[in-house]
Design a protein around this ligand. Structure first.
Ligand code: BG6
Length: 302
């Protein structure tokens, strides 16, 4: 069990950042300031909620999410690392890597000049993580909470050989009704359609979703805009260091099978994930680093 008094004494920012025990005994940090609020689990450095001040939630967290040590949480911003999806050569390894299900430590907090609050996490290595990833790498996740939410994933290769990393900020966005949503920014991109045996296809026009959708858009670095008439808002996703964009909605049948989506939960979410996957995995030279950065904001729908 985390020592919350020690965490609060060392890293709590008076009035805007508090560490406490959350559901299922998971340690969480609550952030609330003049610009926005968020809840982040120390397991997986996983943002679970975020809303700009006075606005409804932008990040979707399943009403039926399960909270338990070592289990991934359905919703929020799971960190997929050091591979995305199934492991390339060993199907018995955990999907999306292990970063989302292991404890991370807090290494720093600060109030930024614009009033937002930043918290930096580092993945805690253990025999279990070394068994899954026998390389000398360090991974940090920096989260800044304000009117925007910024997340930066930093991978440092401290090994003597190059490493190849797949990663994603697997963000679940809250929407009024997925059937009315359009996603801009992927027009003209090639994608791998996991609903059609991974076939390579090309996006024409905006992305809309009316059935189970699971796609990896390649070589896609532009901002994505989620236009949501249901909540009369647009979510803008800016990113750097990410060449893939994954768009996922399980739709009804798969979400029922998954068991942690809640009734009709799939109607109120869409994953638009800033990733490096498939053709876009990243090779980091010895001593080098890679930064995957995103910034989410809401804008009026025009
Ligand atoms: C998406 C994948 O990123 O994550 C899907 O493209 C997968 O194939 C989904 O089903 C959810 O994965 P998980 O492991 O969190 O259930």
């Amino acid at each position: 069990m985390a020592d919350f008094s020690a965490l609060n004494a060392r890293f709590g920012l008076s009035g805007q950042m508090t560490f406490r025990e959350g559901s299922g005994g998971l340690a969480v940090v609550e952030v609330a300031n003049n610009q926005g609020s968020a809840t982040i689990a120390l397991q997986g450095a996983q943002v679970m909620t975020w809303a700009p001040r006075g606005q409804s939630p932008v990040i979707w967290l399943s009403r039926a999410a399960k909270f338990a040590p070592g289990k991934s949480i359905r919703g929020g911003v799971p960190v997929c690392w050091p591979w995305f999806g199934p492991h390339a050569t060993n199907a018995s390894l955990p999907a999306h890597g292990f970063a989302r299900t292991v404890p991370w430590e807090v290494i720093g907090t600060q109030t930024m000049t614009d009033g937002s609050a930043r918290i930096d996490f580092r993945l805690i290595k253990s025999d279990a993580t070394r068994a899954l990833w026998p390389h000398s790498s360090q991974i940090e996740c920096h989260v800044t909470v304000g009117a925007a939410l910024e997340i930066e994933l930093v991978t440092r290769n401290t090994d003597r050989i190059a490493v190849t990393i797949g990663a994603a900020l697997h963000t679940y966005f809250e929407v009024g009704d997925i059937r009315q949503v359009t996603i801009q920014g992927l027009e003209g991109c090639s994608y791998l359609d996991k609903m059609d045996g991974g076939q390579r296809k090309q996006q024409t026009g905006l992305v809309t979703i009316g059935a189970e959708t699971d796609r990896i858009y390649l070589n896609s670095s532009a901002d994505c805009l989620i236009d949501d008439p249901g909540l009369t808002r647009r979510i803008r996703i800016r990113k750097r260091g990410s060449r893939s964009t994954v768009v996922w909605n399980p739709w009804i049948e798969k979400s029922v099978k998954m068991g942690d989506f809640g009734e009709n939960g799939y109607l109120n979410m869409v994953c638009v994930e800033s990733a490096n996957a498939a053709d876009d995995v990243v090779t980091i030279a010895p001593g080098g680093e890679h930064r995957l950065w995103v910034r989410y904001e809401i804008e009026p729908l025009i």
